[in-house]
Design a binder for this molecule. Structure first.
Ligand code: UT7
Length: 333
């Protein structure tokens, strides 16, 4: 019987730190408002000419491969999640493949927004358990800073997001004691426009990208923050419970919950619903903001580096985001 296990983790965050105070240059906001509503103190922005979505992912992947003691040539497949690719197409996974010299292997380019990493991990888990592949690189990478509207109009979105990348090497094992136990994926497209970027869109009268679209704000992130918040707190809890039930486990069995870093108030609410003590939930949104598909692997990396993920631990990953999408993964480390 084949199982999938995570054998290496890596991440990269750009060195350009943007504090809440820095944002007050562009919009009417305050450190107090941002911290009180989201918990965020700072985030990272990429540096033009130095970082790209693919280069950040490559840096994260190199670290993950090294820690897994796996060479680039041993990787059978890349599953790459991002909503902010370097090109409209092809996806950044292909650019990262080129940079890492992994020519010839398949690249699955997925979006799935804030749930992207868990969706990607689920795909890797399936391919390994069917025996198709032995070593898969799972990546989440985002450059949000060039998409957000930093004027007053976009401030409720702009203050939340940051840039970064995370990666995991997922490998086949026959050891049932250390493996991905299950993954659970959900979506509800009825809420697609509650968090979306409309343009560039293909179903437009003439061209898919025009100056009018830019002027009308079609390229900006539109978010119904209240709706996202209300659905998130319900779906996060639900999908974690679903994973536990599928494995005949309960919340007290969780060693560490790694939630997508959407808002510290969302994570706190979920933690309270599950009656988990503070030390069992990872929060690093204070330093990185919401990095969409990169947030879970970055948080998991930091937890692992801090010795908070040990062999035998029950680690739960959970996400909610645009789509709406929500997902969980339960891992016996
Ligand atoms: O991965 C999923 C990604 N998205 C999320 O997780 C978002 C979930 N939602 C949220 O986190 C919250 O809804 C926000 C943090 C986005 C907003 O917090 P809120 O408590 O829902 O605030 P609000 O949008 O209801 O706005 C309250 C007030 C408004 O002013 P008035 O109308 O009461 O005078 C806003 O104009 O706060 C104002 N406001 C700001 N003030 C200072 C909105 N953004 C800002 C800002 N700085 N950045």
């Amino acid at each position: 019987m084949k199982y999938a296990t995570i054998t290496g983790l890596g991440y990269y965050v750009p060195d350009n730190v943007i504090t809440n105070e820095d944002l007050t240059q562009y919009m009417e906001t305050s450190d107090e408002w941002i911290q009180e509503r989201t918990g965020i103190q700072q985030r990272r922005y990429f540096t033009y000419g130095k970082d790209t979505n693919a280069s950040m992912a490559a840096a994260a992947s190199r670290m993950a491969l090294e820690r897994a003691n796996v060479t680039a040539k041993e990787v059978d497949l890349i599953v790459y999640a991002t909503i902010t690719p370097d090109y409209f197409f092809p996806g950044s996974g292909f650019l990262m493949q080129r940079e890492l010299g992994m020519d010839g292997i398949g690249v699955i380019d997925i979006r799935d927004q804030c749930s992207g990493f868990v969706y990607a991990l689920s795909i890797a888990d399936q391919f390994i358990r069917t025996g198709t592949y032995k070593t898969i690189l799972v990546v989440g990478s985002e450059i949000q800073s060039t998409w957000i509207d930093k004027s007053n109009q976009g401030r409720s979105v702009a203050v939340i997001f940051g840039d970064g990348a995370g990666a995991a090497v997922v490998q086949a094992t026959s050891d049932p004691a250390h493996r991905i136990l299950s993954t659970h994926l959900h979506a509800d497209g009825r809420f697609a426009e509650d968090l979306y970027v409309k343009d560039p869109g293909s179903s437009r009268p003439n061209r898919s990208a025009t100056k009018e679209m830019v002027d009308e704000g079609g390229f900006n992130v539109v978010m119904n923050g209240n709706a996202v918040f209300k659905h998130a707190v319900v779906r996060f809890t639900e999908v974690i419970q679903e994973a536990l039930k599928a494995n005949e486990l309960s919340p007290e069995d969780i060693s560490l919950l790694v939630p997508h870093q959407a808002n510290i108030r969302i994570s706190d609410y979920v933690r309270q619903q599950l009656k988990l003590p503070e030390e069992k939930v990872i929060n690093n949104i204070q330093r990185y903001g919401n990095t969409t598909a990169a947030s879970i692997p970055i948080a998991l990396n930091e937890a692992w580096e801090q010795g908070r993920v040990r062999p035998g631990d029950l680690v739960c990953l959970a996400a909610f985001g645009s789509g709406f999408t929500w997902a969980s993964a339960l891992i016996r480390w």
